[in-house]
Design a protein around this ligand. Structure first.
Ligand code: HEC
Length: 109
């Protein structure tokens, strides 16, 4: 095989491996999981707005990760915690990397 071809393939693999082209971003994950059906960006509705969530979890990123893994109690509106259960079942199955992106998105809103 031509050695330039081998080097080319090697570089191609490196680029794909280190780029974010194929990585999901937080907002996309949020929409794909249907979170936006209840959660608004700025206005509290039936569910708290992302603005309220990011305020409640300011400087508490680890707690939000735990909550979305089903390992911590709700702090925003615990009385309505049950509505979130089916969605926690989804978020806790996300890859750590994707969960991290989702959390970053929630906290940046
Ligand atoms: C069926 C409507 C609905 C959907 C869809 C929904 N949520 Fe919620 N969510 C709620 C309600 C109601 C609350 C308020 C209760 C609470 O705070 O636990 C809430 C609260 C939250 C909170 C605050 C938790 C806390 O500490 O109180 C986070 C974070 C959150 N949702 C993230 C998500 C994410 C991420 C998704 C998508 C995977 C999602 N939600 C989908 C209704 C929904």
């Amino acid at each position: 095989m031509n050695k330039f071809l081998i080097i080319g393939i090697f570089i191609g693999v490196l680029i794909v491996h280190h780029s974010n082209i194929f990585a999901a971003n937080g907002e996309r994950i949020f929409k794909e999981l249907g979170c936006n059906a209840c959660h608004n960006l700025k206005e509290d509705t039936f569910a708290p707005a992302l603005k309220s969530i990011s305020k409640a979890y300011k400087n508490k990123k680890e707690s939000l990760v735990k909550y979305l893994k089903g390992e911590a109690k709700a702090i925003v509106d615990p009385d309505r915690e049950d509505f979130m259960k089916p969605y926690i079942n989804q978020t806790k199955n996300l890859k750590n990397k994707d969960l991290e992106k989702l959390v970053d998105y929630l906290l940046s809103s």
